[in-house]
Write a protein that binds this ligand. Structure first.
Ligand code: HAS
Length: 542
C-alpha cells in the first residue's frame, strides 16, 4: 500500500477514533448527570454533554472514518495510488474538517451550542457553532471531489471498462453526500448563520427542519453505505468465498442514491405545516428505500450459502458452520448484520404514520439509532480497522489482538442489548427523548420508567468499557509487528450474470435523483416559504 496514501488514511482513522473516545466519555457523563449521580463544574450539564456526544459520534467519528476508508479503497482499486490532486484534496479536506471540529467542540463545551446534533431552530447556538459545521461540510466536499477526480481519470484511461465495485460504490456514497449536504448547507448559510449573528430577527422553523431532514435522512445512508461496502466487497473475501452478484450490488447502491433523499418528511410526520399528501408521498418513497436493504440481505445470505456449498456443506443452514467465527474481521461486521435485522424492522415501524405517532420523540427512536448507526454501522467499522490499519501501516493482526477484538465486539453487543433494549421498551411506555427531566413530579408513569433508565445506565457503562477496549486495540494495532497484510477485496462469483453497462450511466441516475427530489420537495418548500408560520425569535441556549 502506498505509504503517502497510508498516512492520509491513518490520519482520518485516528481522528475518528479520537472523536469516538471523547464522544464516548461525553455519552457516559450525560447519563450520570441526567441520573443525578454527578455534577460537573463550569455548568457543563446534560444538554452540553449530549450535544458533544451526538456531534462527535454521529457526525465526526462517522465522516472521518468513511472518508479514510473510501480513500483507502480508491487508492487500492483505481491505479494503486492516489493521484497527487486527490491526495491534496484529501489533506485540505482533512484540515478544514479538523478546524471545524475543534471550533465546534470548544463552543459546545463552553455551553454556547447546547442544541443537540440536530440543532433544531428555534434553539439558537453561537454563530461559531454553525460556522464550524459549515467547515466540516466544506472539508468533506473537497474529499468527495478528490474521489470523483480519481474516478473520472481512471475511466478516461480505462475506456469501456467497468469500474471496480469498491470505487463505484465510493462514488455513489459521495454523490449521495454531496447532494444531501446541499440541504443542510442552505439551512446553515441562508437561515441559521444570519439569524444567530442577529442580522435577521426571526427564523422560519418549519423550513429549517425541512432543509435539515433533506440532509438528515440521506445522512443515515451515508453512514450505512460504507458498512454495506464492507458486507458486499470485503466479507466475501474474508470468509473465503465470492461476491454473489456485482450487478445486484450496484443496483442496490443506485436505488439508495435515488430514494435516500426524497424521504425526509418521515422525520416530520408529527409536524404541522406540511400537508398530508406530501407526507404520504415521502412515506411511500421511504418504503422504496427499504428495498435495497432487502436486496442486500438476500445477497448476503446467497454469498454465505454459495460459500458453504462450495465447501461441501449440506442442508438449509449447513453454511453457518463454515463461517470464520473466530476471525474478528468477520465476526464484528457479522454481528452488525445480525443486529440490523431488528434495527431495520424498527425503522419500518417508525416510517408507518400511525405507529410513528406512538414512538415519535420517545426513547424508542434513540433505541432505533443506537442499533442502526451505533451497532450495525459502528461494529462494521470496528471490524474494518483490524485489517485496514495493518494494510496501511504495513503491519499484521496478531492472534491476541484478534481475540481482544472478539471480546470487544461481544462487550459492545451486550452493552447495546441492555441500553437499546430498554430504550425501545421504555419508549413504548412513553418516556420522552432529549430531556434531562426524569421524574415529572413523581408521576406514576415516570416512576414506572425508572428501572429501564437504570438498565440503560448499566448498558451505557458496559459500552463505555467497550469504547476503551476498541481504543486500546487501535493503539495496539498501530504497534503490531511489521509485515504484509493484503487488502481483502472480494471477487465476483463465476456463476453471476455480467453487469449491465447502464448501471454506470451517471447522467441517467443523477437526472432521476434530481427529478425525484424536485417532485417530493418543490411544492412543500414553496408552500413553506410563501406561507410562513410566524417567524420565531429563537431561544438562546446560554
Ligand atoms: Fe432510521 C429515525 C426509518 C434505517 C438512523 N433513524 C432515525 C434516527 C437515526 C436513524 C439517527 O420513518 C433519529 C434521528 C433523530 O435524531 O431524530 N430508518 C428508517 C427506515 C430504515 C431506517 C425505514 N435509520 C436507518 C439506518 C440508520 C438510521 C440504516 C443509521 C445508519 N428512522 C426511520 C424513521 C425515523 C428514523 C421514520 C424517524 C422517527 C421519529 O419519529 O423521529 C430502513 O432503511 C431500514 C431497512 C433495513 C432493513 C434490514 C435489512 C437487513 C440486513 C441484514 C441482513 C443480515 C444477515 C445476517 C444477512 C429492512 C441487510 C443474518 C445471518 C443469520 C445467520 C441470521
Amino acid at each position: 500500500f502506498d505509504r503517502q496514501d497510508g498516512r492520509l488514511v491513518i490520519a482520518h482513522v485516528l481522528f475518528a477514533f479520537g472523536a469516538l473516545l471523547i464522544g464516548g466519555i461525553a455519552g457516559m457523563l450525560q447519563g450520570m448527570v441526567k441520573g443525578g449521580t454527578i455534577t460537573l463544574p463550569a455548568n457543563i450539564g446534560y444538554y452540553e454533554l449530549l450535544t458533544a456526544h451526538g456531534v462527535l459520534m454521529a457526525l465526526i467519528f462517522t465522516t472521518y472514518f468513511i472518508v479514510g476508508f473510501l480513500y483507502s479503497g480508491i487508492s487500492q482499486t483505481l491505479g494503486g495510488r492516489l493521484l497527487p490532486l486527490t491526495r491534496k484534496l484529501g489533506w485540505i479536506g482533512y484540515l478544514l474538517m479538523s478546524v471545524g471540529t475543534l471550533i465546534g467542540v470548544v463552543v459546545i463545551l463552553l455551553g454556547k451550542a447546547s442544541v443537540l446534533y440536530t440543532f433544531y431552530a428555534p434553539m439558537k447556538a453561537s454563530p461559531w457553532f454553525y460556522i464550524a459545521l459549515a467547515l466540516v461540510v466544506i472539508g468533506s466536499w473537497l474529499s468527495g471531489f478528490g474521489i470523483f477526480y480519481q474516478y473520472v481519470k481512471w475511466k478516461k484511461t480505462n475506456q469501456g471498462k467497468l469500474s471496480p465495485l469498491f470505487a463505484y460504490m465510493s462514488v455513489i456514497t459521495m454523490l449521495l453526500w454531496q447532494i444531501a449536504t446541499l440541504g443542510v448547507a442552505a439551512e446553515v448559510v441562508v437561515q441559521l448563520i444570519p439569524w444567530s449573528f442577529g442580522w435577521v430577527e426571526t427564523i422560519n422553523v418549519v423550513l429549517s427542519r425541512t432543509l435539515f431532514w433533506f440532509f438528515g435522512h440521506p445522512l443515515v445512508y451515508f453512514w450505512l453505505l460504507p458498512a454495506y461496502m464492507c458486507w458486499y466487497v470485503i466479507i466475501p473475501k474474508i470468509i473465503g468465498g465470492k461476491i454473489f452478484s456485482d450487478a445486484l450490488a450496484r443496483m442496490s447502491f443506485v436505488l439508495f442514491l435515488l430514494f435516500s433523499i426524497p424521504v425526509g418528511f418521515h422525520h416530520q410526520l408529527m409536524e404541522p405545516g406540511i400537508s398530508h399528501f406530501w407526507k404520504y408521498l415521502q412515506v411511500v418513497l421511504t418504503f422504496m428505500v427499504v428495498i435495497p436493504s432487502l436486496m442486500t440481505a438476500f445477497s448476503l445470505f446467497a454469498t454465505f450459502e454459495l460459500n458453504g456449498r462450495s465447501k461441501g456443506t449440506k442442508g438449509l443452514f449447513g453454511w453457518v458452520k463454515v463461517l470464520p467465527w473466530k476471525d474478528v474481521r468477520f465476526f464484528a461486521p457479522f454481528m452488525g448484520m445480525l443486529v440490523f435485522i431488528p434495527a431495520g424492522a424498527g425503522g419500518l415501524i417508525n416510517a408507518s404514520n400511525q405507529m410513528n405517532a406512538v414512538v415519535h420523540n420517545t426513547l424508542w427512536v434513540t433505541g432505533h439509532f443506537h442499533l442502526t448507526v451505533a451497532t450495525s454501522v459502528a461494529l462494521t467499522f470496528f471490524g474494518i480497522v483490524y485489517w485496514l490499519i495493518p494494510v496501511v501501516t504495513g503491519r499484521v493482526l496478531t492472534p491476541r489482538l484478534n481475540k481482544l477484538g472478539i471480546i470487544q465486539t461481544i462487550t459492545w453487543c451486550v452493552g447495546m442489548l441492555f441500553m437499546s433494549g430498554s430504550m425501545h421498551t421504555v419508549g413504548l411506555l412513553g418516556s420522552p427523548r432529549r430531556t434531562a427531566y426524569n421524574t415529572y413530579d413523581d408521576h406514576p408513569d415516570a416512576i414506572l420508567w425508572m428501572p429501564y433508565h437504570v438498565a440503560m445506565a448499566i448498558g451505557g457503562i458496559i459500552l463505555f468499557v467497550a469504547v476503551l477496549l476498541i481504543i486500546y486495540n487501535i493503539v495496539a494495532l498501530m504497534r503490531a509487528p511489521k509485515g504484509q497484510t493484503e487488502y481483502p477485496l472480494g471477487e465476483v462469483s463465476d456463476t453471476s450474470e455480467p453487469t449491465p453497462r447502464f448501471l454506470e450511466n451517471w447522467k441517467l441516475w443523477i437526472a432521476l435523483t434530481v427529478i425525484l427530489i424536485v417532485v417530493a420537495y418543490t411544492i412543500p418548500i414553496i408552500d413553506q416559504i410563501s406561507n410562513p408560520t410566524p417567524g420565531s425569535p429563537g431561544y438562546v441556549t446560554w
